[in-house]
Design a protein around this ligand. Sequence first.
Ligand SMILES: [Ca+2]
Length: 150
Amino acid sequence: MKGKHRIGYRRPQSKGGRHDGFSLIEILIVLALIALLAGVVVTNFTGIFAGGQESTAKIFVDSAVDAPILKYRIDTGSFPTTAEGLTALLKPPGNKAAKWKGPYIDSLPDDPWGNPYKYRYPGSKNPDKYDLYSLGEDGTESADDIGNWE
Ligand SMILES: [Ca+2]
């Protein structure tokens, strides 16, 4: 039983040793395939995001500046006015410099069509808070605007 065991043990080991050489090449091939597939997946995701401009704008108006604006309000006592706009999150409006503890946001991105997001306080769509919206693809106030009220 011991002898049988030894033979049975040695043979797979030597075979396995030689097989490791092939395994390395196989692993490299598999890695190359994974890299290739990952490239395809990334390309597809880019495509999905490129087609999701409206979703991107919706996410921004619904949530991206919600917390910064709220914090601004807590510090200064009120939302930025329409005239002060979202830039009040980056630099203090003259009359609020003493209470202002920002910047409350790193930067203000343009919407996916290259236009600045619009801000209005008091809101006409949200009378109890502010309106934040993208002008949409046409770049003017119209039915395709994407706001924080739907
Ligand atoms: Ca529009």
